[in-house]
Design a binder for this molecule. Structure first.
Ligand SMILES: [Zn+2]
Length: 392
């Protein structure tokens, strides 16, 4: 987020800053009147008029009458982002599928597609080729140019150039994904891990919109965490932060694909969830979700079958809250579909068991508000970052 708008700095800087602040506000929160913009950003009405005028001239915003009138008198015009003024490509690569979308300024999804992947058998270059072809098709259907792309990968990704160091469940090692996609798509491409993008999405448009310190736990076949701290994404050295699924919680536990035993992922990942539910370790996401839905409908059986799983979830989250001090933990992917009773128990235990949670007057534990689209929306926001900065 940009800081407060200014009226006292050098005129050019102040103008640019104010343009950025107005554009970001409209992109994140949607249409509003000039009066609301002025009040929220602490600018006077003539400044807002000038800034909106400039943005309208660049085609980035428009103004129209509200569809619903409030009160008597002349209605105030709504200022709204122009979706096609800046369209980005969002790509969410999962272990078993790829989802893609074109997203306009303001966050509207203007087109989308997806296809299945066969875990372990998809060669990176084939996936890259299909992403490039699908992007061309989506852009042709929309008829608008696409200015940048953001990509989510379930793995360890170097922030600087989008090199996928390890994506174990895809069986990818040292894949120069950022480089290949930048060359193929002929636009700036940013690649990062799925949990970071879940966190960014929930912070921008989801469950943690007004929460500047949050952790998103992406719990699928692998488990990772994305961290927003002080309103910014935490990335760590070279962008490798996020492998919280490999914190060891049970030293003599199950063997993890990372080489160690007893990683948190082996107790709360999809395979562990399948075991807890009495399904085989190879159960697909659909099967797991159906089983969770059934359990949610019958709370009496939930607690006993998922007791142990819930315990491991609680243990890991207490560690994570003590380590990262979030005000909110957002559970995404499969973990976002656990029954209410599990969620309530987890929140209770985190509150009771974490010194940090007690100190911040309780960390809330909630489901993702964006569901399966979280990473896709995060990938779009990643791409919008430099686009919005350039539009200032
Ligand atoms: Zn591990």
């Amino acid at each position: 987020m940009s800081g407060p708008a200014t009226e006292g700095a050098r005129p050019d800087d102040a103008r640019r800053h104010n343009r950025g602040a107005v554009l970001r506000r409209l992109h994140r929160e949607g249409p509003c009147t000039r009066a609301v913009l002025a009040a929220e950003l602490g600018l006077n009405r003539s400044t807002i008029k000038a800034v909106v005028g400039e943005l309208a001239e660049s085609g980035l915003v428009g103004e129209r009458l509200p569809t619903q009138r409030s009160g008597a008198g002349r209605p105030s015009l709504l200022v709204l982002p122009a979706p096609r003024a800046a369209v980005v490509l969002a790509v969410d690569i999962r272990v078993d599928r790829v989802a893609m979308a074109l997203v306009g300024l303001g966050g509207e999804i203007l087109g989308r597609c997806s296809w299945q992947l066969h875990p372990g058998s998809e060669r990176p270059r084939e996936v890259v080729t299909r992403v490039i072809e699908s992007a061309r098709m989506l852009a042709a259907e929309l008829g608008s140019p696409v200015v940048a792309a953001g990509v989510s990968v379930p793995g360890v990704v170097r922030w600087e150039d989008g090199l996928v160091r390890e994506a174990p469940h895809l069986e990818w090692t040292d894949v120069p994904l950022g480089e290949l996609l930048t060359a193929g798509l002929r636009m700036p491409v940013a690649v990062t891990n799925d949990a970071e993008l879940g966190a960014l999405a929930e912070h921008t448009r989801g469950a943690g919109k007004d929460v500047d310190d949050l952790v998103f736990v992406a719990g699928d076949i692998g488990v990772g965490a994305g961290v927003i701290s002080g309103g910014s994404v935490l990335r760590g050295a070279d962008g490798y932060l996020g492998e919280l699924g490999h914190m060891v919680v049970r030293p003599n536990g199950e063997r993890c694909h990372c080489g160690r035993r007893g990683c948190w992922e082996t107790e709360v990942g999809a395979e562990a969830l399948a075991r807890a539910l009495g399904l085989t370790g190879r159960a697909g996401r659909g099967e797991l979700l159906a089983e969770l839905r059934e359990l949610s409908a019958d709370p009496s059986v939930t607690s006993s079958r998922l007791d142990e799983f819930t315990g491991w979830l609680e243990l890991g989250l207490i560690n994570l809250v003590n380590l990262l001090a979030p005000r909110m933990v957002v559970l995404g992917d499969l973990l976002g579909s656990v029954p209410d009773s599990v969620l309530a128990s987890v929140e209770r235990e985190v509150r009771a068991g974490s010194v940090v949670s007690r100190a911040v007057a309780h960390t809330s534990v909630v489901r993702s508000a964006l569901g399966p689209d979280a990473q896709l929306i995060g990938a779009a926001e990643l791409a919008f970052g430099p686009v919005l900065a350039a539009a200032e």
